[in-house]
Design a protein around this ligand. Sequence first.
Ligand SMILES: NC(=O)c1ccc[n+]([C@@H]2O[C@H](COP(=O)([O-])OP(=O)(O)OC[C@H]3O[C@@H](n4cnc5c(N)ncnc54)[C@H](OP(=O)(O)O)[C@@H]3O)[C@@H](O)[C@H]2O)c1
Length: 394
Amino acid sequence: MPVKKISILGATGSVGQSTAQVILAQPELFDIQAVTANSNAELLAQQAIKLKAKQAVVADSSAYQILKESLSGTGIEASCGRQALLEAASAPCDLVMAAIVGFAGLEPIMKAIGSGANVALANKEPLVAAGALVMEAAKKNGCHILPVDSEHNAIFQVFDEGQRRGIERLILTASGGPFRTWTTEQMATATLEQAVTHPNWSMGHKISVDSATLMNKALEVIEAHYLFNMDADKIDVVIHPQSIIHSMVAYEDGSILAQMGAPDMQTPIAYCLGWPDRIRTPGLKLDLKKLIKLDLEPVDTEKFPAIGLAYSCLEKGAAACVAFNAANEVAVEAFLERKTGFTDIVETVRKVFDTIEFVPLETLDDIVSFDGAVRTLAKSYMNNDQHRKKVYLA
Ligand SMILES: NC(=O)c1ccc[n+]([C@@H]2O[C@H](COP(=O)([O-])OP(=O)(O)OC[C@H]3O[C@@H](n4cnc5c(N)ncnc54)[C@H](OP(=O)(O)O)[C@@H]3O)[C@@H](O)[C@H]2O)c1
């Protein structure tokens, strides 16, 4: 594989750090341009030094001094602020790893696409909120969006574009999260610590909570719709507690192709970093000589209403998807700050979804301003709601 120029947005996060591990196992294959974070300047500086990056950027300007001091004498350029982040996202590159969490990653992703780089997309929220815009921009600029999310990466690996007409359905697998066997009443008492303890994956806090509500799978249904241009009624979700089959594609001749692997993000990350070649990873490997159980079961959509809401979003259109994501981000943040109960998260999303007026959205500015309006509404519901569950502390 020729040496690839790469930037990592969200380098200090769970995906960002796994990306660094894959790169550091074969540094001769990569030439790192920019690494970015929000405010974790110390870790970002360490990453930048290890990866021999050209520049490091913190979006939060108050973290700049620490970044600058930590990089002093290294020759690595330090900068800060939203504008510097957007510039780093558009620095000339072969591939940008988009691993910021949340809607905040949308504009950097659009900048990366605008620069003509391929994008390894972990950051699913921007695709949920602005899927059509992102995919159109990628097409216009001739860049590939390579899915990092393990489910979509699995589908990408077994989706034969040349046989598109013969593809009947996409089957997304879901572990079911830490509360798969809990009742709704038990879930109402879930603590933050219980919600972020995923049975199989080690991830950032936001996606861990999303996995517990199954909002993560709901976001992934929308993500799959945009990434693979598949109608909602051709996207299924099944529970697979072991997280070994990462997802499947069903063809009209009855064949179902699955991609399997250990639950370790290094595999889909390496697939995207190497694409179209394959490269090594130092991460976990599946040992098929050991007895492996593969269970599949239907998802309980009454217990996990987020899944049904995702299909309603795709029926209602772009604004519904923006609202769905924005309300969830607000509610998860409140839960992470112990300001609301676990089951209030999806209740808030549903309430916003039931009341908001779905306006037509065409431009990036339209989407950003609608996202802001939904956040204000979601916060007002959370602040005024007398019926919110008690917050359960560990
Ligand atoms: N973790 C996984 O295994 C996994 C799997 C599939 C998909 N994903 C998706 O990948 C994305 C990243 O997930 P993660 O678990 O790696 O998240 P994470 O551990 O929370 O890391 C998030 C990264 O984004 C940066 N960041 C946060 N807010 C930002 C802002 N406003 N501006 C610029 N940078 C910002 C953080 O910087 P600081 O460190 O300075 O805060 C950090 O580098 C999410 O969209 C998630 O859904 C994750």
